[in-house]
Ligand binder design. Structure first.
Ligand SMILES: [Zn+2]
Length: 470
């Protein structure tokens, strides 16, 4: 049983873009209807959102596309073309039974941060109801209360809700009538929580991801987590965001979750422009030695000031031996590096990864009871506990799958991968082969699998062995 409104899937993919209509529906007394994005949503799972639906501009008349899809009409933002207004009305009917007292009116257009392969463009409209009928999903809440909750880190709001509250509660008029030219829609960085911003910057990384999230935390000093981009245009974006937060003379703290190039590519460039202290675990410092000096070696449990926040270093080997997460125990924000992925999958490559370490690290993260996972790739994950649980379950399922394949007799790792990843594209099968090796290494450690040369087989007498119960 899902929510009555399509919250996650956008059907209108034009050149990797989707357009969605987000509806700020107000009750007669001015309460706002907010829904929660499902746990399994591709973007912003567990975050509060406005009721929304895909906006298939092509199915509307050409003038509707002209007005909602590119530039506002000459009457500014007060007038919505009939086609878009009709979609807004039917969306309102899908969430409540009630008459609209005001016609749907365009508030603004915005673009979601480039955290997913498909860029979401939002047409944000507002309409008022005659009463406050019981919604089919979500709840009515005073906009000022919701803003208060967000400001105290008690609520997670997706970018459209946040923008709506800034426009209305803070009456930030500078945000109204945002010019609809493409580049001007983009702020230098996107707020996730108070004093916490994300900047997805292009890197050479594992598809479908094409960017690494650089997080900026606090001011004076701002902590910069995983500055990985080597692309000049994207480095300029990082500089612009830092300039917006603090002066060039104020030092920055650079925190590295691990040594992979898509996480460290901009460290030296940044250090030449700002007084910076680079921090990482010793196992991250050593593969970087000669290229990127680490100023402070971290230990598990170290506390790092970042503006008003204090981040705790959590040692989480598995994806890489020196992998660390950074946790804010005050509001439960967990900077998760490559422990989880908001997009694609976490690769455990036996060359420098270990599945048993990784599973232990996932359990460690679970025990912290985080409220928010901030991965290095893909959108933030509000449904933190269920996501970590699903990650652990997924790895154990894969172990069982490999054991089932080996029931048929000894096989090489490549042959196991061919069976496990049958029918998937070549790049996935290639990465999958590395991952299968990591799983086989784990099963060898657990003693349920034995190795004979290049081939792996079930350990004699342990056919029913279940390594997932460890
Ligand atoms: Zn990595």
């Amino acid at each position: 049983m899902g929510p009555p409104v399509e919250l996650t899937r956008a059907v209108h993919h034009r050149r990797g873009r989707s357009t969605e209509l987000h509806l700020a529906l107000l009750s007669a007394r001015g309460d706002l209807l907010v829904v929660r994005r499902p746990q399994e949503a591709e973007t912003w799972p567990g975050f509060a959102a406005l009721p929304c639906c895909p906006l298939e501009l092509e199915s509307l008349s050409p003038s509707a596309i002209g007005q909602a899809g590119s530039e506002p009409d000459s009457q500014g933002h007060e007038h919505l073309h009939a086609g878009v207004a009709a979609v807004a009305r039917s969306l309102a009917r899908a969430v409540v039974d009630g008459d609209l007292r005001t016609a749907p009116a365009l508030v603004c257009r915005l673009r979601f941060p480039p955290l997913a392969p498909v860029r979401t463009e939002v047409v944000l409209v507002e309409a008022r109801l005659a009463g406050a009928p019981k919604p089919r999903a979500g709840q009515w809440i005073m906009p000022a209360t919701l803003w208060q909750q967000w400001s105290s880190a008690l609520a997670l709001l997706d970018p459209a809700v946040l923008e709506y509250l800034r426009l209305t509660v803070l009456s930030d008029k500078s945000r109204l009538h945002v010019p609809c030219g493409r580049s001007r829609l983009e702020p230098p960085c996107w707020s996730v929580r108070p004093e916490l911003w994300v900047l997805p910057l292009r890197t050479v990384t594992i598809p479908p991801a094409s960017r690494t999230n650089t997080y900026l935390v606090g001011r004076n000093p701002v902590a910069v987590i995983d500055p990985g981009t080597r692309f000049p245009g994207h480095r300029r974006r990082l500089a612009k965001a830092l300039d917006a937060l603090q002066s060039r003379r104020t030092p920055v703290t650079i925190l590295l979750t691990h040594h992979h190039d898509d996480h460290v590519g901009a460290v030296q460039w940044l250090r030449r422009r700002w007084p910076a202290t680079v921090m990482a675990l010793p196992e991250t410092a050593s593969p970087l030695s000669g290229r990127i000096p680490i100023d402070r070696l971290l230990e598990d449990g170290d506390r790092i000031p970042a503006g008003n926040r204090e981040l705790v270093c959590v040692r989480t080997p598995g994806h890489a031996p020196g992998h660390a997460c950074f946790f804010d125990p005050e509001d439960g924000s967990l900077f998760a590096g490559d422990m989880v992925a908001g997009l694609g999958t976490v690769v455990i490559d036996p060359r420098d990864g270990s599945l048993s370490d990784y599973l232990e690290s996932l359990q460690r993260l679970q025990s912290l009871n985080p409220a928010l996972l901030l991965p290095a790739h893909g959108p933030p994950i509000g449904a933190a506990r269920s996501r970590l649980k699903a990650y652990i379950a997924h790895r154990h399922d894969r172990n069982r799958e490999i054991l089932a394949v080996l029931e048929g007799g000894p096989l090489s790792a490549e042959a196991v991968a061919e069976r496990v990843y049958r029918g998937l594209p070549f790049t996935i099968r290639r990465l999958g082969a590395r991952s299968v090796l990591a799983h086989l290494a784990y099963l060898l450690e657990q003693g349920v699998v034995v190795r004979d040369g290049r081939r792996f087989a079930l350990a004699p007498g342990d056919r029913a062995g279940d390594p997932s119960r460890g």
